[in-house]
Ligand binder design. Structure first.
Ligand code: SF4
Length: 209
């Protein structure tokens, strides 16, 4: 069955934001988390306000940059919202674009494992925002527990695919400390992950209750 998905934005000609080459960001509606500082609040707004795409419709639109993707080793970065919820859509999109485009995904990994199993064969680069590995900090910040995130991290590690993952470890003002971030990184290193992006959230969005 052809997948369909609501898309909140398509941003072309991104450089060096998420790996090599020229990329196009495709951001899906819907998220499993409710972060206190949501970086993409559109993903939580009314669904009816956004266009629905099939994989073919998306491919027809983004293929305008095919030459840039091939020349630079770039491709598509799927974000959101939580793009792993769209595993059917993304696997059908891979069938359309073939192997030459680099497909990346920006995810919090807080989804049922079957989505990750489906996506591992088709995604080249995983950019994983783990928020914080401390379950209490995580739940306070995202309003959801991190059980699925932990299971999925362990699943990726068991497959020996750590080298495909970049782990984002944010310092979140008012929610964690640099020491917490160090502890998160140490826990991830113990699982065999080696690539980390440490940064501080800027409080551009109002904190939700
Ligand atoms: S994971 Fe991203 S899109 Fe989802 S609530 Fe958090 S900041 Fe917003």
């Amino acid at each position: 069955m052809t997948a369909q998905a609501p898309i909140i934005g398509i941003v072309r000609h991104r450089l060096t934001t998420d790996g090599d080459g020229v990329t196009t960001l495709v951001a899906f509606h819907t998220c499993t988390l409710r972060c206190k500082f949501c970086l993409n609040p559109q993903s939580l707004e009314k669904l009816e306000d956004f266009p629905i795409y099939t994989p073919q419709q998306l491919y027809d639109e983004v293929a305008i940059d095919n030459i840039y993707f091939l020349a630079t080793g770039g491709g598509i970065t799927f974000g959101g919202g939580e793009p792993c919820l769209r595993s059917d859509f993304i696997t059908q999109f891979r069938d359309l674009c073939g192997d030459q485009w680099n497909l990346s995904i920006e995810t919090a990994l807080n989804v049922p494992q079957h989505h990750i199993e489906r996506l591992l064969p088709v995604i080249n680069r995983w950019i994983i925002d783990i928020k914080d590995m401390n379950p209490l900090i995580y739940e306070h910040y995202t309003q959801k527990n991190n059980n699925l995130t932990m299971n999925n991290l362990q699943f990726i590690a068991k497959q020996g695919l750590q080298e495909r993952a970049m782990l984002r470890i944010p310092l979140i003002p008012g929610h964690n400390t640099a020491d917490d971030c160090n502890r998160s990184q140490a826990a991830l290193q113990a699982m065999g992950f080696t690539q980390f992006d440490r940064f501080t959230y800027r409080q551009v969005n109002k904190e939700t209750s």
